[in-house]
Design a protein around this ligand. Structure first.
Ligand code: NAD
Length: 476
C-alpha cells in the first residue's frame, strides 16, 4: 500500500511492481541460477560483437579496437571473473565468537538487496550499463536499466539484448532522457547504481534519500597526474597520451591535467608531442585523418570543449600544441596548454576531452597542496622511480584509486575495488566489490535455547549482575 501511495501516476509503476515477486524469489537463487543468467549475456555479446562495434561507431566514431578493449572486454572479463568466483562470494562467512558472546555462533549472509535501478552514462555506453548489470545479477537483484540518451545506437542495442535474454519482470531497459530518469528515481528501489557526473550524482542521492535507498555513485572529477623529476620522461609521456586520448579524452579516469617538475618540463613537453604524433599521425597525413581517435559525442560537448580552450587562451594560457576545433566533424585536436590559472574554467571543471593542461611545480609539497585544495579525485597518477616520492604522494593525498607509473589501467583489474571518494563517488564496483554493492551483508547470530550467558544479565539487577557487567567493561 505504502508503495502505491508513493508512486501513484508513475508510468513505470507496473513494471516496478512486476519485479517485486522476482526479487523475493531470487533471494533463494543459487550460484548456478545466477551464473546461467550471466552466461546468457556472454553468449549474446559473443554473437553480436559486430553490432556492438557498429553501434559505437555510429554514436561517436569510436574505433573498433577501442570498442573491443574498453567496451566488450571489460564486460566479458567481469562475467568470466564473476562466474569463477560467485560460489565463494555467496557463501555465508563464518566469523569468530568473542568471549562476551560465548555460546553463540554467527555468520555474515549475503542476501540480494532487491530491486535495483542502474542509470548509466554515454562515454562507455555499453561497458558502464552492462558491467553493473553483471554485478546486480550476480548478487541476485532484478534490474531496471536506464542507459544514456546521448548514445542512441548503443542504448537501443542494449535494449534489444536485454529483451532477447530476459523477461521484463527480471531485467528491463527503459530508454529516455532526464525526465525518464526523474520518474524512475521516484520509485522506492532497494538500490540505485548511478554512473555519471558529480552534479547529477547529487540529484540522484537527493532522490534516493526520500526513500532511504542505498546508492553507489560512480562519478567524475579532475584526476591529476604528478610527474616528478625522477620519472622516466619518455615512458611517462607515452602512457599519459594514451590515457588522455583513449575515447578522445571522454573517460572518467583520464588524466585531467599533469603537474610536472620544473626541471623536466621542457623535455616532457617535447616527449608528449612526439607521443601524440607517433600514435595518431604516424604517416604525416594529419591527426584528423587518424582512424584511431574517437569524435566528441555531440555538439553541446564540442562547444563546451571549444569554450574551455578559448576561455583559457583569452585569460593568458599558452597553446603548446594542437588547438584545432572542427565543428563539422566534432573533432577537437589533441591539445597541450600551459600557463593555466585558477580563474580559468579549465582549472575548475572536469575537461572530459583531448585537452591536456601541463602545470609546472617547483616542489612536491606544493603539487600535493594543489591537489588537496580541490575535491578528492576519482583517480590519481604518480610517475616517479623514487619510492619515497611515490609514498609521500600516496600518503598525503586522497583519491578513489591511485596508479603508480601508469594511468587508467586499474579499471581493468578485476580484484581491485573501483570507484571514487566523496565528490568523485560513493561506494565501489567491479568483481567482488560490485557483488557487495548489490548485497545486504546480513549478520546472523545463533543463540542456544535455554540457559546461556545472556540470561545472567536479566533483571532484577542484583549485585551479581553488576559484577558481571563491571568485568565485561574491564576485561572484554
Ligand atoms: P550525466 O550525469 O549527464 O548523465 C548520466 C545519466 O544520468 C544519463 O543516463 C542521464 O540520462 C541521466 N541524467 C542526466 N541528468 C539527469 C537529471 N537531472 N536527473 C536524473 N538523471 C539525469 O553524465 P554523462 O554526461 O552521461 O557522463 C559523463 C560523466 O560521467 C563525467 O562526469 C564522467 O567523469 C562520469 N563518469 C564516471 C564514471 C565512473 O565510473 N566513475 C564512468 C564514466 C563516466
Amino acid at each position: 500500500m505504502m508503495e502505491l501511495e508513493l508512486i501513484g501516476g508513475n508510468p513505470y509503476v507496473g513494471l516496478f511492481e512486476s519485479q517485486l515477486q522476482t526479487s523475493i524469489e531470487w533471494r533463494k537463487s543459487t550460484a548456478e541460477d545466477r551464473i546461467d543468467r550471466l552466461k546468457r549475456i556472454r553468449s549474446w555479446i559473443n554473437k553480436n560483437q559486430k553490432e556492438i562495434r557498429e553501434a559505437l561507431w555510429n554514436d561517436f566514431r569510436k574505433p573498433e579496437v577501442e570498442t573491443d578493449l574498453s567496451e566488450i572486454f571489460p564486460v566479458t572479463s567481469e562475467i568470466n571473473h564473476t562466474i569463477k568466483n560467485l560460489k565463494s562470494w555467496m557463501k555465508a562467512k563464518s566469523i569468530s565468537t568473542p568471549l562476551s558472546m560465548l555460546g553463540t555462533n554467527s555468520k555474515i549472509k549475503f542476501e540480494p538487496k532487491g530491486r535495483a535501478l542502474i542509470i548509466s552514462p554515454w562515454n562507455y555506453p555499453f561497458n558502464l550499463a552492462v558491467g553493473p548489470l553483471v554485478s546486480a545479477l550476480a548478487a541476485g537483484c532484478p534490474v531496471i536499466l536506464k542507459p544514456s540518451e546521448l548514445t542512441p545506437h548503443t542504448s537501443s542495442l542494449i535494449e534489444r539484448m536485454i529483451s532477447e535474454i530476459f523477461p521484463n519482470h527480471e531485467v528491463a531497459t527503459i530508454l529516455g532522457g532526464v525526465e525518464t530518469s526523474q520518474e524512475l528515481l521516484k520509485l522506492p528501489f532497494d538500490h540505485i547504481f548511478f554512473t555519471g557526473s558529480t552534479q547529477v550524482g547529487k540529484i540522484v542521492m537527493g532522490n534516493a534519500a526520500k526513500n532511504l535507498i542505498s546508492v553507489t555513485l560512480e562519478l567524475g572529477g579532475k584526476s591529476p597526474a604528478i610527474v616528478t623529476e625522477n620519472a622516466d620522461i619518455t615512458d611517462t609521456a607515452k602512457k599519459l597520451i594514451y590515457g588522455k586520448l583513449l575515447n578522445s579524452g571522454q573517460t572518467c579516469v583520464a588524466p585531467d591535467y599533469a603537474l610536472v617538475h620544473e626541471s623536466i618540463y621542457e623535455r616532457f613537453l617535447d616527449e608528449l608531442i612526439i607521443a601524440i604524433r607517433e600514435m595518431y599521425d604516424p604517416n604525416y597525413k594529419g591527426i584528423i585523418e587518424s582512424p584511431d581517435l574517437a569524435r566528441i559525442v555531440n555538439d553541446r560537448h564540442f562547444e563546451r570543449l571549444e569554450g574551455l580552450l578559448k576561455d583559457a587562451i583569452s585569460k593568458g594560457a599558452k597553446l603548446e600544441f594542437g588547438g584545432e576545433c572542427n565543428p563539422h566533424h566534432r573533432y577537437v585536436e589533441p591539445t597541450l596548454i600551459s600557463g593555466i590559472s585558477e580563474e580559468m574554467n579549465i582549472s575548475q571543471e572536469e575537461i572530459f576531452g583531448p585537452i591536456f593542461p601541463i602545470i609546472v611545480y617547483s616542489d612536491l609539497e606544493k603539487a600535493i597542496y594543489y591537489i588537496n585544495k580541490k575535491p578528492k579525485p576519482l583517480a590519481l597518477y604518480v610517475f616517479s622511480q623514487n619510492k619515497g616520492e611515490v609514498n609521500q604522494v600516496l600518503e598525503e593525498t586522497s583519491s578513489g584509486n591511485a596508479v603508480v607509473n601508469d594511468c587508467v589501467l586499474h579499471f581493468l583489474h578485476p580484484n581491485l575495488p573501483f570507484g571514487g571518494v566523496n565528490h568523485s563517488g560513493i561506494g565501489k564496483s567491479h568483481g567482488y566489490f560490485g557483488f557487495l554493492a548489490f548485497s545486504n551483508e546480513k549478520g546472523v547470530l545463533h543463540q542456544r535455547v535455554g540457559l546461556n550467558n545472556a540470561t545472567l544479565l536479566r533483571p532484577p539487577y542484583g549485585v551479581k549482575t553488576r559484577q558481571i557487567i563491571k568485568s565485561l567493561i574491564k576485561w572484554l
